[in-house]
Design a protein around this ligand. Structure first.
Ligand SMILES: NC(=O)c1ccc[n+]([C@@H]2O[C@H](COP(=O)([O-])OP(=O)(O)OC[C@H]3O[C@@H](n4cnc5c(N)ncnc54)[C@H](OP(=O)(O)O)[C@@H]3O)[C@@H](O)[C@H]2O)c1
Length: 254
């Protein structure tokens, strides 16, 4: 008989988690026996040590706000996690060691390549604006660096490395002349579906690509505004599924 394997997700508030349903369905549909996926809400990362001592785990996903904080508890980092500076997948090795990976990097890179680069003759001269500077923005910027796509970071506050939404509205050519616009902010995400990034949408045209990391709702106002001006648009669902499947692949290699 095969022994059972427990996987799960750690984060602070997991009420709207996608992962539990996704993996539970996957185990059923693909007849993967002896595996369960559970949610572990931690009010502080210090609870991580107790969790791994009391629950025999085979693998974990990590979400807000622990993707960076969890790194100090790990023995090794895969290159994906090292490059992004955040971990969203942990593999429990047979020797008891913990290795951290970043499957958001893989999910975003693969979905972008499939959508934009393969389908558009390489799109060699494209440049990008990344809206937001949080965790997802980090993974996105490392992918763009690796794909040699030049980009600017857009934030609500101006810093040495960022421009602001005000800058874009005062200089709309920055949007007009940038083909790829990626929303990594939570603007427009359920239940705040009436929100959208403050851009000069009137300069958007059919050569633009709008990629929204938000996946609920399937069509955000940001996407609608781009689409109505002729832009190609994409939501975060492919990335979400790709990063989940990558987690499974990582755990299966233990
Ligand atoms: N599809 C997927 O697989 C996938 C994977 C990861 C994340 N996501 C989605 O990506 C989004 C961001 O996730 P995250 O982990 O990066 O969150 P996060 O760390 O909280 O960062 C979001 C960033 O968005 C900006 N922001 C926040 N509130 C804003 C507001 N009211 N107006 C304008 N900008 C605002 C902030 O940047 P500034 O302070 O610089 O403005 C912030 O750092 C979420 O909707 C999440 O669901 C999707």
């Amino acid at each position: 008989m095969k022994h059972s394997r427990t996987f799960g997700l750690i984060g602070r508030s997991l009420k709207h988690s996608f992962s539990e349903g996704y993996f539970t369905r996957k185990f059923e549909e693909e007849h993967i026996t002896g595996c369960t996926y559970r949610l572990f809400e931690l009010s502080d990362i210090k609870e991580f040590e107790t969790l791994i001592k009391t629950v025999p785990l085979a693998g974990l996903n990590v979400t807000i706000p622990y993707k960076e904080q969890v790194m100090t508890y790990l023995h090794k980092l895969d290159i994906s996690a090292e490059k992004v500076g955040a971990v969203n997948v942990i593999r429990f090795e047979s020797n008891g060691q913990l290795t951290g990976f970043n499957s958001d990097y893989y999910g975003f890179k693969t979905s972008l390549e499939n959508w934009l680069l393969h389908g558009n003759n390489g799109n060699q001269s494209i440049s990008a604006l990344i809206l937001g500077t949080g965790g997802a923005s980090k993974a996105v910027s490392v992918v763009l660096k690796d794909l040699e796509i030049p980009y600017k970071l857009v934030s609500r506050s101006a810093t040495e490395n960022t421009i602001t939404y005000k800058d874009l509205n005062q200089n709309p050519e920055l949007v007009r002349d940038t083909g790829l616009i990626i929303n990594t902010t939570p603007l427009g995400m359920y239940p705040q579906v009436d929100e959208y990034p403050d851009l000069p949408y009137n300069v958007v045209g059919k050569n633009h690509f709008f990629y929204d990391l938000v996946y609920n709702p399937e069509t955000t106002l940001f996407m609608e505004k781009g689409f109505s001006r002729g832009a190609s648009v994409k939501n975060g669902l492919d990335m979400l599924h790709l990063q989940a499947e990558k987690s499974w692949e990582i755990w299966s290699q233990a």
